[in-house]
Design a protein around this ligand. Structure first.
Ligand code: GLA
Length: 675
């Protein structure tokens, strides 16, 4: 057994799918703990996360640790057979550390040093912070690394949630070292950053600073490198804790909780360091399409480790407390949201948090046990769902089926997020990816995010909504995919720049030119409020934001611009590429338009898109060996009639087949009858 597999086997100690939440016992008098553990047990809780923000309580003075209270908490939990996702406690440095070393406090791009008084008040590059964080981690590992209740290390918490970029002098030094490692000498850096433009030439490393607020648009490559550096700086911190834990407790798996599709950190890199992916997901109950974006986020979580099951570590039982307007989840929606994550490969449904706080910034955040205690709706729904979840225990360890991939690339994301030096500030990477994903989702597909370099095998269709930055490795992977019979679809403003954000010689789509068979002459972004039309056969498609003047060189034109200055010119092209096809979409098509383009491509690839798109009814299948389970989820507000596979609904025990009616917020989990 390899070390990761052996560490992951520790999670088998959790009976069935993991259920529970963040637990903050240090916010409560000790006599509440026994009641907490008893009610947790009653609610079906088998895993809790703690002590996430308890550093001052664990280390009240430098180097003096007090574990007595945590010992007692773990004993109480263990007495009720509840397992622990043990936080290293390093997410927020204590006041004594900040006052002794104020230089730990992070600094914004405007030069403002952020004060103590909230959480995560540290500069990721600070060696002082790191030294103290590692000392606490080490002490935690010694004390609890062999406690029977502990099944998982929870390193820090939501890296980058409040502070993901620091512009202080220490970060500047770290940035310079990172740049020296990347470029080796100043001549290479000057060349990479194109410093001959606007007199930016550097003659000494010490002249280089983070991209703090400047007089005008900042060198885009400097900014791009700072994005990469900042993600790496946080990763370095994470890795330091992970390495220490691996040394001290090689038997325990390690994670840090992600924040879904989060711009600031390259999660492909983070996932490679940990044993299991965990996520915190907060779809807004007020947003009628939040579940489609959630499906994309959950897809990423399973994709980050090649389909390995992940854990939903946090969600809200009802309302959160950090939006402007915090709308609660109506009855049944917590259950549906939990099943949604499980459908997409999570082996857990966990919450923030167990007991609702009485004080602090999150006192209005819902909890499993609301302020009314067992009388609260959230407790009753959580308790009922805890019991129901036991019926899904057999799903643990199974994987999700997907034949469609969407390329998620942080470099492209960061590159496209330079609002003051692009043809349009309106071409939003995340919006593009979500729109393309939603088109596929509503066609009935479960979509896996994939790395720009692949692997793509197993996918009949791969879409890349935007690859603004592209290099030869990505080009070769995409070309190889099409060559082997894959259907590749590339979105607008792709293949524009290289990894140094220099426009490819000859213009876009750069190295993709021969694969796509097109050449871009000029960008034609649309002013705000304007819409354009594209003619695809007899159909007219709408678009906003973006259009391009392209020439089809070796590709067939399948759609042309229908109005405006580009009327009659190619808008969408396709060509045979090896055994597959490569399609280019040059316009900022809306979701309905994308369905018209992607549906036939999927059908051509042997997939079966819905004839009638569905935003509300989703089917996702998990499998293990010869077993298959299909989740049928109605996210909508009206009953939906839909076909289900022959089998048994694990939630009710009923035998099902053919069309069934699923109530609003209703769900089935059908174990397929083996044929
Ligand atoms: C994040 C944090 C938690 C809590 C929740 C509230 O997920 O990890 O500590 O603040 O948000 O929604």
């Amino acid at each position: 057994m390899n070390p990761t597999t052996s560490r992951l086997s520790r999670l088998e100690a959790i009976d069935g799918l993991a259920y529970g939440g963040d637990y903050n016992p240090d916010q409560w008098p000790e006599d509440v703990w026994a009641e907490d553990a008893r009610l947790m047990r009653e609610a079906g809780v088998n895993l809790v996360s703690l002590p996430v923000f308890s550093w001052p309580r664990l280390e009240p003075e430098p180097g003096r640790f007090d574990f007595s209270w945590l010992d007692r908490v773990l004993d109480v939990l263990w007495s009720q057979d509840i397992r622990v996702d043990l936080a290293t406690g390093t997410a927020t440095p204590p006041a004594w550390l900040i006052r002794a070393h104020p230089e730990i406090l992070p600094v914004t791009a405007d030069g403002v040093r952020l004060e103590f008084g909230s959480r995560q008040a540290y500069c990721p590059s600070s060696p002082v912070f790191r030294e103290h964080a590692l000392r606490l981690t080490e002490a935690m590992a010694r004390r609890y690394g062999h406690h029977d209740a502990v099944v998982l290390w929870h390193v820090s918490n939501e890296y980058g949630d409040h502070v993901s970029r620091c512009y202080c002098a220490v970060s500047a030094g770290h940035f310079r070292r990172w740049l020296q490692h990347r470029y080796e000498n100043l001549a290479t850096l000057n060349d990479a950053w194109g410093t001959t433009c606007w007199g930016q030439h550097y003659t000494d490393w010490e002249q280089i600073e983070p991209p703090r607020r400047a007089t005008g648009p900042i060198n885009p490559t400097q900014r791009l490198d700072f994005e990469r550096f900042s993600s790496d700086a946080m990763l370095e911190l994470f890795r330091a804790e992970v390495e220490l834990l691996r040394e001290r407790t090689p038997q325990l798996p390690v994670t840090t909780n992600f924040m879904s599709l989060f711009r600031e950190l390259n999660y492909w890199d983070f996932a490679a360091v940990e044993d299991i992916v965990t996520d915190d997901a907060y779809p807004d109950p007020a947003d009628p399409v939040a579940h489609t974006d959630a499906a994309l986020n959950y897809g990423l979580m399973r994709a980050l480790k090649n389909g390995q099951p992940w854990l939903l570590l946090e969600q809200a039982p009802s309302a959160v407390s950090w939006r402007d307007v915090n709308v609660p989840k109506p009855p049944g929606r917590m259950r549906l949201g939990s099943l949604h994550a499980i459908a997409h490969g999570s082996d857990a449904a966990m919450f923030f948090q167990w007991r609702a706080a009485r004080f602090g910034p999150e006192k209005f955040h819902s909890a499993m046990l609301g302020h009314r205690g067992v009388a609260s709706r959230s407790y009753q729904e959580c308790r009922d769902f805890g019991a129901e979840l036991r019926r899904l225990a057999e799903l643990k360890g199974s994987r999700v089926e997907s034949r469609v991939g969407v390329v998620v690339d942080w470099d492209a994301w960061w590159g496209l997020d330079a609002p003051d030096s692009l043809p349009s500030a309106r071409l939003d990477w995340l919006h593009l990816v979500r729109t393309w994903h939603r088109a596929l989702y509503t066609l009935g597909f479960t979509v896996d995010p994939v790395r720009a370099t692949g692997p793509f095998d197993g996918y009949d269709v791969v879409v890349a909504p935007n690859l603004y930055l592209i290099d030869d490795a990505v080009t070769a992977a995409l070309a190889g995919y099409a060559d082997q019979g894959g259907r590749l679809v590339v979105g607008p403003f792709s293949g524009v720049s290289d990894r140094e954000d220099k426009i490819h010689p000859g213009g876009a789509p750069g190295p993709l030119r021969s694969l796509l068979g097109v050449s871009v002459d000029e960008w034609w972004p649309l002013p705000d409020g304007h819409e354009g039309r594209v003619k695809l056969g007899a159909t007219t498609l709408g678009f906003t934001t973006w259009a391009e003047w392209i020439d089809a060189e070796s590709a067939d034109v399948i759609a042309t611009y229908d109005d405006g200055p580009l009327a009659g010119r190619p808008a969408i092209t396709t060509r045979r590429a090896g055994a597959g096809t490569a399609t280019y979409v040059s316009a900022g098509l809306d979701e309905a338009a994308l369905r018209q383009v992607l549906g036939p491509i999927c059908r051509d690839a042997g997939l079966t898109p819905h004839d009638t798109p569905s935003l509300d009814v989703e089917q996702v299948t998990r499998y293990r060996d010869g077993d298959r389970w299909t989740f049928i989820l109605n996210h909508g507000t009206v009953p939906a009639r839909t076909d289900v596979p022959n089998g048994t609904d694990l939630l009710t025990g009923d035998t099902v087949s053919g069309p069934v009616t699923v109530a609003p917020a209703g769900a089935l989990v059908v174990r397929h009858t083996r044929s």
